[in-house]
Every structure is written in C-alpha cells, then in structure tokens.
Design a protein. Structure first.
Length: 268
C-alpha cells in the first residue's frame, strides 16, 4: 500500500503547513509542549502529514516535532511479542483427533509497514499462526506429530515469515506446547506399548534360556570327563543351601557306596 509516489502535498497542503507552523510561532512557548513528543528507545513513531506518511520512514527514538493542525502520529512498539496460540482441534492424516496449542514469538521490524499495510498487526499475526498450525498439522500423522515437533515448528515459522513479511513482522520462534489426544486413544497406545514390552521381554527370556541350556551342555560335558566332579559339585550345592536356609536337608547316598560297604563286611 505504500507507493513510491514523488508528488508532494500540493499548494494547498503547503499553505496549511505554513499556517500551522505560523500558529506554533505565535503561541510560542506554550505551543512547544504540544508539538514536542518523546519516543522511547524501543518505539518508533509513524508521522502522517495531511494523511501522507512523512518521509516514508518512522521517526525516533528521541524527540520529534509534530505540527498541531496538520500532523498526527502512531507509536509502534518494536519489542519482542510472545503470545499463546489457543488449543486447536485438528484431525491428523491417520484420522486421529487431537488438541494442539503452541507459542509464537515475533517482533515488528518495519513500523511503517505495520501501520500502513494492515489494520491490527498483532491480531492478524495470531490468527494467521492459528490457521497455519491447523493446516500443517492436518497433513501429519499422529506418530509424526509426536516425534517431529521441532521440524513442524520450523515449517510453521517459515510459512508465517513468508506471509507476514509485507506487514513488517519477523517471526522469531514457534513452539508446539502441548498435544492432547482422547482418553480412548491413550489407553490403546498404552496397551500397544505394554504388549510390545511383553513381547520383547519374552524374546529376551527365550534367548536367556537358550544361552543357559548351552552353558549346561558344556558343563555336563566337563562333568562327564571326571566322574568325581559330580559328587563334589553336589556337596558344594548342599553347602550353599545349608548356609542360606536353616532347614532339614535330606542327604541321599548313592547305592554303589552301600554295595561297596557290604562287600567289605562279607570279605572280613
């Protein structure tokens, strides 16, 4: 909307400006309090003279001179603005309903564009952020929405920057704050995760049984090579059980021991 027109305010305009300046001089120094305005460091003033933006750029910071009858001005805050995007009801690509809210941070870098090109730059930026959030998240599945928040936020930021450039607005950061899904979907996801964990636990247990059976096979081969190793291992196991539990232990004796003892008695 800001045209690069070179024509001035015309003869009538210069007459009005001269009369206004003359009025300031006649009523000086009382009029000086109405003409001098102070613009803060983080503000810029867009001055209109007879409806036209003066010198096509904002004034400030510091003191500026405003003619009382022909000039008007609008102050624009250049500080960073952070606003919350209200929860948006979306339908993901895999037909799951979810509520998503976020935070958008932006600042005005061109005060003239923010005043001349749009009525309310803050309201327009917030509404555009809401619409962009709904449109982009509607093209993602629930798994992508939960796992790729950072990439989605960057996509929303790029889309907002391309749309708000003509408004003099620079979007600094977009964050997806919270994602709410229905209770039934939460229970289904929890059941799926629990089943996956149980399956993994069973696989690990089965692998442990396989490894244990291989170890027992190797141990049996070692014990088979030495017949005296098996009774020693048996006695070691009984010692460990007796040390851990105070209980009566029935100690079976091999039959061949009694056979050897009977043969010795007969021979004597």
């Amino acid at each position: 909307l800001i045209a690069d027109r070179r024509e001035g305010i015309g003869a009538c305009g210069w007459i009005l400006v001269s009369l206004s300046f003359l009025l300031v001089l006649v009523t000086f120094p009382i009029s000086i309090w109405a003409c001098i305005k102070v613009v803060r460091e983080y503000e810029r003033a867009v001055v209109f003279r007879l409806g036209r933006i003066l010198s096509k750029k904002a004034k400030g910071p510091g003191m500026i001179l405003i003619l009382p009858c022909t000039d008007t001005f609008i102050k624009v805050d250049l500080r960073m603005v952070t606003c919350k995007i209200p929860p948006q009801e979306i339908l993901t690509r895999d037909a799951v309903t979810a509520q998503v809210d976020g935070v958008v941070s932006y600042r005005i870098h061109s005060a003239v564009s923010a005043v001349a090109n749009i009525t309310d730059v803050h309201s327009a930026t917030l509404l555009l952020a809401q619409t962009t959030l709904r449109n982009l998240l509607g093209t993602q599945s629930l798994a992508q929405l939960l796992a790729a928040r950072e990439e989605i936020a960057h996509s929303i930021q790029a889309t907002l920057n391309s749309a708000t450039e003509q408004w003099g607005v620079k979007v600094a950061r977009v964050e997806i704050k919270d994602i709410r899904i229905p209770k039934a979907m939460q229970r289904a996801m929890a059941a799926e995760a629990e089943a996956a964990r149980e399956t993994k636990a069973k696989v690990v247990a089965a692998e442990g049984e396989v490894n244990a059976s291989r170890a027992l096979q190797k141990a049996s081969m070692v014990l088979a090579e030495s017949p005296a190793a098996l009774p020693l291992r048996y006695l070691q196991t009984l010692t460990a059980v007796a040390a851990q539990n105070n209980s009566t232990i029935v100690f079976p004796l091999p039959i061949n021991i009694f056979g050897s003892l009977g043969q010795k008695s007969t021979g004597g």
